[in-house]
Ligand binder design. Structure first.
Ligand code: FES
Ligand SMILES: [Fe+2]
Length: 425
């Protein structure tokens, strides 16, 4: 109990001026450094099942767009305001060849060409207008869009997870939407704050021992309670961390996690024994204070990453006081009683104030990833292509993360599917 007022005059909150975000990290709109960088890559903007005959409003990189699938099966992504007099195509009717505006019936193909103007069927208006549009690719159960300058459009990339698939293996994508914007209660991250806060988190191997163990007890797996020895290095297109933990049984466990420019992460399975292929995830800002999170898993007979995740507690009683319910239904007290990545990141604010931070040695990877992102943003701003992008470039996105057991003396891999640490970078 404080019996006497403290008269220390140092460091008081009086007169504190709130800090500022680093604009080059957090902004996603057109013309911003981050936004122009993100636009140089194919980005998932929806799950494939979201593209139907019912038009859907999509928000990506600060832009509103209408997504639909024509009766012929082609996916369209159009600027919502009809080129005629601006009625939203969200109220359009989807037909065989495209979407028809409800007001005067102009029909637009999935790539915005005007096919019909029924109030003046014989005019050449349709040849003169084009509804603004973006190219899309449907792949891995997701719809990807390229929202950058047409002259810089890269080929759709290859992801190493899709190479050398073994019999019985397959890829599956999931959208992680447990937050206020979605009903999916299974995975523990919401998405109503700036996307870079989760990107930072994927480069943060130290919070694991605190948020996911020390604060509430075990959230994922017992060994997360051990503070890891961490090494960090750059790859050609991102940053990798390895966390080494000596387990109580004497085995040496290695966990490699990876962030990839500009907004990808590869996060290994959350049990020590999970030697499956890592997943790869995209954090796609809807706007500056919300994002969508798409994750692609390589599954197979020996690799049931999603089932592992669910079994591990996302749906079990040990996943907090309100397990299996979206965060929007949690009270403040629930979040205070059972802190998650959500509390940690949403707790930084809708957009964190970078100028107030004190980055220290355990934040090394975060600093590296931010520097790389900003460097890439600057490259775009100065007319260069960022890593793995540019006109016609076919990028190979290499997943290097995963779990392994190492020889405690030599650090050579005994069991695991990741490359040897020394060969990475
Ligand atoms: S406003 Fe769309 S057809 Fe007239
Ligand atoms: Fe976490």
């Amino acid at each position: 109990m404080t019996m006497q007022a403290n008269h220390d005059t140092d460091g008081r909150a009086y007169g504190h001026i709130a800090g500022k975000p680093d604009e080059d990290l957090v902004r996603c709109g057109p013309g911003t450094k981050g936004g122009e960088l993100l636009r140089r890559y194919w980005q998932p903007i929806a799950m494939a099942e979201d593209a139907t005959s019912r038009p859907k409003l999509i928000k990506a990189l600060g832009e509103e767009l209408v997504l639909f699938r024509s009766a012929e099966g082609e996916v369209g992504l159009l600027y919502p305001r009809c080129a005629h007099r601006g009625t939203s195509l969200l109220y359009g009717k989807v037909e065989e060849k495209g979407i028809r505006c409800c007001y005067h019936g102009w029909l637009f193909s999935p790539c915005g060409t005007c096919l019909e103007t029924p109030c003046e069927p014989s005019s050449d208006t349709k040849n003169r207008v084009r509804q603004p549009w973006y190219p899309v690719v449907e792949k891995f159960g997701m719809v990807f869009a390229y929202m950058g300058p047409p002259a810089e459009q890269p080929e759709f990339p290859t992801i190493s997870l899709e190479l050398d698939m073994q019999e019985g293996e397959y890829l599956v994508a999931k959208e992680n939407t447990s937050g206020p914007n979605g009903p999916h209660p299974k995975i523990a991250a919401s998405n109503d704050y700036n996307w870079f806060q989760l990107f930072d988190n994927f480069a943060d191997p130290f919070h694991v021992a605190i948020t996911h163990y020390a604060i509430n007890g075990m959230q994922f797996t017992e060994s997360f309670g051990i503070m890891p020895e961490v090494e960090t290095k750059y790859t050609d297109d991102g940053v990798v961390n390895r966390s080494l933990r000596r387990l109580p049984d004497g085995r040496l466990h290695q966990r490699i996690a990876q962030v990839i420019m500009p907004n990808l992460h590869c996060t290994p399975g959350v049990t020590d024994e999970d030697m499956s292929y890592s997943s790869i995830g995209w954090l796609v800002p809807a706007d500056d204070t919300s994002y969508r999170h798409y994750v692609l898993y390589r599954m197979g007979p020996n690799n049931d990453a999603i089932a592992n995740l669910e079994l591990l507690g996302f749906l079990k009683d040990n996943w907090g006081p309100k397990h299996g319910r979206p965060f929007r239904e949690w009270s403040l007290e629930d979040h205070q009683n059972w802190q998650t990545d959500y509390a940690s990141q949403k707790g930084q604010g809708d957009i964190t104030l970078h100028s107030e931070e004190h980055l220290t040695v355990p934040d090394t990877a975060i600093g590296m990833a931010r520097r790389m992102f900003k460097k890439q943003g600057l490259a775009v701003a100065s007319g260069k292509s960022p890593v793995g992008a540019g006109a016609g470039v076919k990028r190979l996105i290499e997943v290097k993360s995963g779990n392994a057991f190492l020889d405690p003396q030599t650090h050579k891999m005994i069991k695991g599917i990741t490359p040897e640490w020394d060969s990475i970078g």
